[in-house]
Design a protein. Structure first.
Length: 562
């Protein structure tokens, strides 16, 4: 795995301490972990934390990590999501090798386990409907009531469960429930449903089954079948752990994985619910799961984030037991740090203003030598065409600048990056609107390379491109998808009300240096003074790149929101 940045060694987190203790005691020679996504949507940055944890532990302790799809709900699962999840995990730099599994691999075995629970009088077929079951469940302060079907005989339960499997009942008429304790203070132990009727075609098993197991039942037994040693999940499953252990204990399985919970990733200015991300996609608030404003792994990839930056971010925030919020700036700084090392420097003008150098020959073009990276000479250099007419950034010129404006103004001298000193002499304006159309300047040919032989200094250096050589392109500027830190904070307000209306700005008439025509989709560069940009993976074509801004050169959002 290629790490572009290095992290200082940190003390082992509590999960790795458990793994080390298990190795030292001889309980487990090597860990076996798993990443178990549901194929009902795309992965997001929160899943990346779990991926890095599970595969990371396997890598660090010479173990293995399984990729297992929890495909127990055929109404929401698609092969498209399976393919996308596999691509995301591989892109992040992890390899499951031969250890690719699906919960549906175990459907026959899970059914046999359910039959065994019935025979041990630990499961029964219940005929309560969903509303009746809620009424029987009780509350945190009051015990539940037993189902009137709870004490059916083993024979009757086996007969009814077989009939459920054979499709003889309608959806919602019967379920199989574990027989545990309706008075348990833990609501998850109050006779939970372990099988329900769903007459839907499964993406892998087709129409073989019309009953499907529930997650809590499937999860622990799939772990057991794969002899997982450390079943790592987020804190919301902590109350489910007694049920996880109950199934394994009652069935007396040969192996008994240990469930360990850690705090999920909470990142501000976004939502982490796959259901809510699905809403954004289906209601066209974004342009698909890979929209660069989405904090899905595919969206981050399209935005220009690198695998190393995401892995480094996950390493930096660490693993803990207490819920906390991470500032979006931490994620943005992770990619900024990585791209600072690996991204070549180029020149691009987002809002072009023409500059005419009146004392430069009209028919002349010269090559200006420019470094590809100021701190890495191994990245070499390139030639920039320079001519009489250039484009500069419109914000780099003011007709009547204030004293502390150190860029171009009438009568002022600035340095053109890598090239010459120029002095503004006059402007050409639109007669009707007063808009400045051109800035006329003179250049000092003795200042090639940006230094004056007479030792005079200028305070401003601006970037530019040659007008007749520039490559016209579209540049997309992305801001945070939500305008508030916690879109879910007010439960009485739809989270979509907090969407940032300025999260995407498209600039169709940008000018960049001509060498960028050769970039491939996914290539990242730094536009000097502008930020880091990536060639869009979907909308670019040969010779016509579309650039997405990955991140600015500094955290302007934090300054903006002080």
């Amino acid at each position: 795995m290629d790490n572009s940045t290095e992290k200082d060694e940190k003390p082992l987190d509590f999960i790795r301490q458990i793994v080390v203790a298990d190795q030292e005691s001889g309980k487990h020679a090597t860990p076996v972990t798993r990443f178990p996504p549901e194929p009902n949507g795309f992965l997001h940055i929160g899943h990346a934390k779990s991926i890095c944890l599970n595969f990371g532990i396997a890598d660090e302790f010479n173990g293995t990590c399984h990729l297992r799809f929890d495909d127990t709900n055929p109404t929401k699962e698609e092969d498209e999501y399976v393919r996308a999840i596999k691509e995301d995990v591989q892109w992040l730099g992890f390899d499951w090798g031969e250890n690719l599994f699906f919960s549906s691999d175990y459907f026959d075995k899970l059914y046999d386990f359910a039959v065994e629970l019935i025979k041990r009088e630990k499961a029964y077929v219940c005929g309560l409907n969903a509303e009746e079951m809620r009424q029987h469940r009780g509350t945190l302060k009051e015990p539940g009531k037993e189902s009137p079907y709870r004490n059916r005989s083993i024979e009757e339960n086996l007969e009814l469960f077989t009939a459920m499997k054979e499709g003889k009942f309608d959806e919602g008429t019967h379920v199989l429930r574990a027989k545990i304790d309706m008075a348990s203070p833990n609501l998850n132990m109050r006779d939970p449903v372990i099988y329900r009727i769903m007459k839907a075609t499964h993406h892998r098993t087709g129409d073989k089954w019309c009953i499907y197991p529930m997650y809590d039942y499937t999860h622990c037994l799939s772990d057991e079948q794969e002899v997982i040693t450390h079943s790592l999940c987020t804190l919301e499953f902590e109350d489910h752990r007694p049920l996880y252990d109950w199934f394994l204990d009652v069935l007396e399985t040969p192996s008994h994985p240990r469930q360990i919970e850690f705090a999920r990733l909470n990142l501000n200015y976004t939502v982490m619910s796959k259901r809510k991300l699905m809403q954004l996609v289906q209601e066209n608030h974004v342009q698909g799961w890979d929209d660069p404003r989405m904090l899905t792994v595919s969206g981050l990839r399209r935005r220009g984030y690198t695998p190393a930056s995401i892995r480094n971010f996950c390493a930096e925030i660490g693993i803990g037991k207490r819920e906390s919020w991470i500032d979006m700036g931490v994620l943005e700084n992770a990619v900024r740090n990585d791209l600072n090392i690996i991204a070549p420097r180029v020149l691009g003008v987002l809002d072009p203003l023409k500059v005419v150098i009146t004392n430069y020959p009209e028919d002349k073009t010269e090559d200006i030598k420019a470094k590809n990276h100021p701190q890495n000479p191994d990245m070499g250099s390139r030639s920039l065409p320079f001519s009489r007419e250039l484009y500069i950034e419109r914000t780099d010129f003011m007709e009547d600048p204030p004293k502390k404006f150190f860029r171009l103004g009438i009568g002022r001298e600035v340095r053109l990056r890598y090239a010459y000193f120029i002095t503004c002499e006059s402007v050409v304006k639109d007669e009707q609107t007063g808009e400045i159309l051109e800035v006329h300047c003179t250049y000092d040919p003795a200042t090639y390379g940006g230094n004056a032989p007479d030792g005079r200094k200028v305070k401003g250096t601006i970037h530019w491109v040659s007008a007749k050589h520039a490559l016209k392109c579209e540049i997309r500027l992305y801001d945070r998808l939500f305008a508030v830190e916690n879109p879910d904070a007010d439960k009485d307000v739809d989270f979509k009300e907090h969407l940032n209306p300025n999260s995407l700005q498209s600039l169709p008439n940008c000018m960049v240096e001509p060498s960028l025509a050769d970039l491939a989709p996914g290539d990242c560069v730094q536009f000097e003074r502008q930020g880091y940009f990536c060639v869009d993976l979907k909308d670019s074509s040969p010779g016509q790149p579309v650039f997405n801004r990955t991140v600015g050169l500094r955290d302007s959002w934090a300054k903006r929101n002080k």
